[in-house]
Design a protein around this ligand. Structure first.
Ligand code: HEM
Length: 402
């Protein structure tokens, strides 16, 4: 394999991260770039490497000896943000937090949550279907995660909607590099996290039923987890649980509007919906700016990377690598190697929330398809780097039997 010298590619600018995009543009652009350089380079945000290839991205996320999350876990970097477990920590410190978190996503916990998630879906979806013409991204995709998260995290719906509103503006401010707003909103999110912790300290929940309480009671090296780390962990959970589902759900509605045959098939065969959700997860991963930093000089995919170089994990692109997925831009129900998609990451930092996310998406499709037909009434609007996905989806629902 040819190894590029640092000088040959360090000054390259293979792509602008912040170009305005339509629904299909980013994937087309990444496909062209990946064919030439699975490890691409951009000078945006101070310069970074972008893992566009599946093998290259997987190599980075599974090798914690060479790559760390504790210097920079997103591109662009906002230097003033504090340490937030579990994503900002490497093992062994990471393990204590994940042990607590994982317990809240087990199959029994998910089974208990299913009727609650279905109620949230139906309460939000029914009036929209009755209304007919809606923006399903704003009126549904950006609301459902807050309602579900309120139930999952034992918050009032008002607190959860407040978190959603603040974190939505926070993500928008990151996308336009508005440092002052990001700083102010990050502080606000810490205050909300602290209020949740203070409420738990008043003794309202048991550690078995409440994740925050479980973090407060967890032990590490024989003592409690440090207060600042519990705060950082709650602060991380309240945001990560809401951002990705908000930009993902609208993508499924866009895809199914553009493929009425598939829409009809899933309506007739709801047993195929879980498989369809997996293929949607492969096709429409919402993350392209999560990051690692090289601990030392190293080589990935033939490209030399220097110590301290930031590296973007472009999940959006890696899941469509033709070296792994045949005809990668096509939707294939029950694709034979679908279990290889890396929409939820892999290894140490793989997404603990995956079972809850899958449940929200499956129930959304079950309820939407059994109650309506739908079609786009205009072009979708798109989020900007570091997310990929829809933030506006103008849609017409036609209620079944109408
Ligand atoms: C469309 C839905 C979602 C997608 C595609 C997704 C994807 C991911 C990915 C790719 C990572 C790994 C990041 C990395 O390697 O740096 C991750 C981590 C994480 N996700 Fe998700 N996620 C989703 C929903 C959720 C939900 C609903 C929750 C919680 C309720 C959640 C909580 C987390 C947490 C806490 C981490 C950090 C894990 C760690 O560092 O050990 N995610 N997610």
């Amino acid at each position: 394999m040819q190894i590029h010298t640092k000088d040959a590619r360090r000054s390259a600018h293979d792509f602008d991260a912040q170009l305005p995009e339509g629904f299909d543009d980013a994937h087309r652009r990444f496909a062209r770039l990946r064919a030439e350089n699975p490890v691409a380079r951009s000078q945006d945000f101070g310069g970074f490497w972008a893992m566009l290839g599946y093998e290259e991205l997987t190599e980075v996320i599974t090798d914690i000896d060479r790559f760390t999350t504790n210097k920079q876990n997103a591109i662009p970097k906002f230097a003033f943000t504090g340490v937030r477990p579990p994503l900002h920590l490497d093992p062994p410190q990471h393990t204590s937090y994940r042990r607590v978190i994982n317990h809240f996503f087990t199959p029994p916990k998910m089974r208990a949550l299913e009727p609650v998630v279905r109620r949230c879906v139906v309460e939000l979806l029914e009036p929209l279907i009755a209304e007919g013409t809606v923006d399903v991204a704003r009126a549904y995709a950006q609301k459902l995660p807050a309602h579900v998260f309120a139930e999952f995290f034992n918050l009032s719906v008002d607190t959860s909607l407040d978190i959603k509103a603040v974190s939505g503006t926070y993500v928008d401010a990151i996308q336009v590099l508005d440092h002052d707003t990001v700083k102010g909103l990050s502080k606000r999110l810490y205050e909300i996290a602290q209020a949740i912790i203070d409420e738990r300290k008043a003794g309202s929940f048991s550690a078995e039923e409440d994740l925050t309480q479980a973090l407060l009671e967890a032990e590490d090296d024989g003592g409690p987890l440090p207060d600042a780390m519990v705060l950082g962990c709650v602060r991380q959970l309240i945001v990560t649980g809401m951002v990705a589902p908000s930009v993902f759900i609208g993508n499924m509605f866009v895809h199914l509007s553009r493929d009425p045959e598939l829409q009809e098939h899933l309506r007739e065969h709801p047993e195929d919906i879980p498989a369809a959700v997996e293929e949607f997860l492969r096709l429409y991963n919402p993350y392209r700016g999560m990051a690692r930093t090289a601990r030392r000089d190293t080589v990935v995919g033939g490209q030399q990377i220097l110590a301290d170089d930031p590296i973007a994990l472009v999940y959006t692109a890696a899941n469509r690598d033709p070296r792994v997925f045949d005809d990668p831009d096509s939707f294939r129900l029950n694709r034979e190697n679908i279990s290889r998609h890396i929409s939820f990451g892999r290894g140490t930092h793989s997404c603990p929330g995956a079972p809850l996310a899958r449940m929200m998406f499956r129930i959304t499709l079950e309820e939407a398809l059994s109650r309506s037909r739908f079609d786009l009434t205009g072009d979708p609007g798109m989020a900007k780097w570091a997310e990929w996905g829809t933030n506006h989806v103008p849609l017409e629902f036609i209620a079944m039997g109408a």
